[in-house]
Design a protein around this ligand. Structure first.
Ligand code: NDP
Length: 785
């Protein structure tokens, strides 16, 4: 071949990585592994084979975790937890640091092992997966050290069950284990069936690092083993990354158990290219987005949305680039795409594409493909209808689907036309446009003129059916701690006389209190009202709301959505004004509280005073709980924005009818949410008095909607409602489990009391409320030419 021919073809040679050391390590271990429990490897009865998807070669026999294995691991984690938490942040920090150093020392072995087990290009495992995993342990070594400074009065959740997928095996392990053990938890982690090897090498690193026995346990196995972990009674928290389908199952199984839960699930993330974008960069970005890890990435930019005016030119260039992609041996350092993780996944991708490709125009470049192993070509399907199944379903392979948009408004509507909400990538040279659009996309991460940027200092996670909770950053730590508080079983309030007699009737005036929806007092749809009694007898009638009233209230709350964009300053002014107006009517509220609860005057006065102070407290926070700029290792900034959740359903405590309501409504409103609120079931009249205060306080119509009635009538409707983003429950009934269970379909965020008491005076305000009232969105903004 002549030099000019070489220049014309620009062909790459091969640059194979040697897998000798990885194979030797497997051999050292006799190609067979047990579980890592209580600091030792424990053999198991049954094993399954793990293979290299690039060539179908056998790698090792991996233990199948049985019930007895899971029990043993939980016992060991349980024995170790208190001591580990007590050992203190500095000691834990040293252990995390030791792990980071040791992974660093063996980084190449980890990278090669990951590649032969998973099929991902060595370039990616060597330069992305392993360095990020190391970074995670370093970052969380610091988090452990600083725990007392940053999270005073917080403690570990306890024993954590962690279940991870196969697409980033060691990286997902580090995302789970590092924050958990940094905060003093102990863990039982189950790697995915296809990719257990780096977790087992990691277990050996734990021995070398001298991690105390039982702090980290690794039980391998399939979904059945995962399910045993999820359903183990002694586990306090489940952290799961994987498919939305399994995530939903886990939501259902953990509901009512009191286990805390974080879910990082699927996605169909939009990749928006505007007409002023740097097209070459945007195309290169796509290579790193949808063809990175063969598209087996939950946040892959799998939905390409292109400005109509540049679409033809863009697709032309993109196809040209696709023709240059190299698919081949993952150990070859010069390939772009490696192997799909398993023949099963390959067949899933092929079937989905074959069945639905007719929905658009399919393009697969005529490139050289390996004739053996699990490979799928880079694929582009254009001219898709937004509702087409391939535009909506997660394919989890190297398949990009696309449509066009005409205006930024249309781009946002298309981007949000998904049941998922994980990530988005925005390409434009107009930073004003990018920063205008980023907050309008319903997701947890936005990359501006970039893709797939990750760092331990920035949180990652989604909304909607992409799950809830964050991993990484300060927000990720919050999912592994709980406030140190004493609680007890919550008892129902005393019930007062249930009939109206001449002697307890308080007069003949029409005292029926209505519902408050969209800024107006409305009669309940049911046409029913209910008598409310206090210790001295009948107080008033209240309207009995039903499903229709909830629907109307949700609609009104959505119409008031612009509240979320109102400045913190204005929200603060309105909350101060609300406090002022409540203050003016404080005597009336004191009397009402006495009348309905029988409280002593001093107690009632204290409740009103604390309520006023609480409104001031959240007015103060309204313009101060404002996110962060993270120090991530890119030339640029990462903005962590605290965003409102949207419409939130709130079931208030029965006790402290005024203070309970304000303690929940105020942080939500201060953070820009709108609410559908069910007040204390035994003293709803206080809330009815409160909406008269609302009417005089400039709170826009629909921001706070109040529906009175029986709690049981609302639990299911609120939890199942698909237009409600989250639900808070501090009610009197034992409905926490029902709320979680009914929320399974919509996967909404829940915050429930698990039938435990809360002292609303001493423990009814703080960042816990603000964190629960917001979702963090991380927006990555690189700069420089
Ligand atoms: P799964 O969600 O099934 O697996 C994720 C993890 O959960 C694995 O460790 C798995 O075990 C385990 N698991 C499976 N069933 C249960 C259960 N009932 N209870 C507890 N744990 C369970 O993903 P798959 O690997 O099967 O992939 C299927 C699809 O999921 C993909 O095609 C893709 O669309 C999506 N996916 C999404 C990911 C994401 O990050 N968003 C990651 C991986 C997959 P096992 O080892 O047996 O699989």
């Amino acid at each position: 071949m002549t030099i000019s021919e070489i220049f014309n073809k620009m062909e790459w040679g091969t640059a194979p990585e040697n897998d000798k050391n990885a194979k030797a390590w497997l051999k050292e271990n006799k190609n067979k592994f047990g579980h890592f429990i209580n600091g030792n490897f424990v053999d198991a009865k049954n094993h399954f084979k793990t293979k290299n998807p690039a060539n179908n070669q056998f790698l090792a026999n991996i233990a199948v975790g049985s019930k007895a294995d899971v029990n043993l691991a939980v016992k060991s984690a349980s024995n170790a937890q208190k001591k580990w938490a007590k050992t203190g942040g500095h000691a834990r920090s040293r252990y995390l640091y030791a792990i980071a150093r040791l992974i660093q020392k063996h980084s190449r072995l980890f990278a090669v092992l990951e590649t032969i087990d998973n099929g991902k290009p060595i370039r990616e495992s060597r330069d992305i997966d392993i360095p990020l995993a190391i970074r995670h342990f370093y970052y969380h070594a610091g988090a452990a050290q600083l725990m007392e400074d940053n999270l005073p009065n917080h403690e570990a959740v306890g024993i954590c069950g962690q279940i991870i997928p196969w697409n980033f095996p060691l990286l997902m392990l580090s995302w789970k284990i590092a924050p958990a053990i940094a905060m003093g938890n102990t863990v039982i982690l189950k790697p995915a069936e296809y990719t257990s090897l780096t977790a087992l090498l990691f277990a050996q690193i734990c021995i070398e690092a001298g991690i105390p026995k039982g702090v980290i346990n690794i039980v391998t196995g399939d979904g059945t083993t995962g399910s045993l972990i999820v359903n183990h009674k002694s586990i306090n928290k489940i952290a799961f990354t994987g498919s939305t389908e399994v995530g939903r199952k886990i939501r259902f199984e953990t509901s009512g158990t009191g286990k805390s839960l974080t879910l990082e699930l699927g996605g169909k993330s939009p990749y928006l290219v505007f007409d002023d974008a740097d097209i070459d960069s945007a195309i290169e970005g796509l290579v790193d987005s949808i063809w990175f890890n063969q598209g087996q990435v939950c946040c892959a930019g799998s939905r390409l949305l292109v400005h109509e005016t540049i679409a033809n030119q863009f697709y032309k260039k993109l196809k040209l680039r696709m023709k240059r992609l190299r698919v081949g041996d993952p150990l070859d350092k010069s390939i772009d795409m490696g192997a799909i993780v398993d023949p099963k996944q390959l067949s899933l991708i092929s079937k989905l594409v074959n069945k639905n490709a007719h929905e658009g125009n399919l393009y697969q470049p005529n490139i050289e493909m390996p004739n053996k192993g699990c490979y799928y070509p880079p694929t582009l399907i254009t001219e898709m209808e937004p509702s087409a199944s391939l535009m909506q379903e997660e394919i989890f392979g190297p398949v990009l689907v696309s449509t066009t948009f005409r205006t930024p408004k249309e781009a946002i509507a298309l981007a949000n036309n998904s049941r998922y909400g994980l990530a988005a990538s925005i390409w434009t040279e107009n930073i004003n446009l990018a920063l205008d659009i980023a907050p309008k996309i319903e997701c947890g991460v936005v990359w501006i003129n970039s893709v797939n940027q990750f760092d331990a200092a920035a949180g990652f996670g989604g909304r909607r059916e992409s799950g809830f909770g964050r991993e990484g950053g300060a927000e990720g730590l919050l999912t592994y701690v709980k406030p140190k508080t004493k609680t007890a079983e919550l008892k129902k309030q005393k019930k007062y006389k249930k009939s109206i007699t001449k002697s307890n009737s308080l007069g003949s005036l029409d005292k029926t209190l209505k519902l408050y929806i969209g800024g107006k007092q409305v009669r309940p749809d049911s046409g029913y009202s209910k008598a409310i009694f206090g210790p001295k007898g009948f107080i008033t009638h209240i309207g009995e709301g039903n499903r229709k009233d909830i629907r109307n209230a949700v609609e009104a709350a959505h119409k008031a959505g612009s509240w979320g964009k109102t400045s913190g300053h204005l929200k603060a002014q309105i909350l101060y004004y609300l406090a002022e107006n409540l203050d003016k009517r404080s005597l009336e509220f004191i009397d009402s509280i006495i009348l309905s609860t029988g409280a002593k005057k001093e107690i009632a006065r204290k409740e009103v005073e604390t309520s006023i102070s609480r409104l001031f407290y959240y007015a103060a926070w309204a313009d101060k709980f404002d996110g962060a700029v993270h120090d991530v290792p890119i030339r640029g900034v990462t903005l962590a924005m605290n965003e409102p959740l949207g419409v939130v359903g709130v079931i208030c405590p029965e006790e402290n009818p005024l203070l309970g309501l304000i303690s929940l409504a105020a942080p939500l409103i201060a953070m820009g949410n709108t609410c559908v609120l069910i007040p204390s079931v035994s003293s709803p009249n206080i809330a009815a008095n409160f909406y008269q205060v609302l009417e005089t306080s400039d709170v826009p119509a629909g921001v706070l909607n109040i529906i009175t009635g029986e709690e049981e009538a609302f639990v299911k409707t609120l939890s199942e409602h698909h237009d409600i983003a989250a639900i808070w429950y501090f009610g009197a009934g034992n409905n926490s489990g029902e709320i979680e269970r009914f929320s399974t379909a919509s996967l909404k965020r829940t915050w429930v009391n698990n039938n435990k008491t809360r002292n609303w005076h001493s423990n009814g305000q703080g960042k816990e409320f603000l964190n629960n009232a917001t979702d963090v969105k991380n927006i990555w903004i690189p700069y420089g030419e």
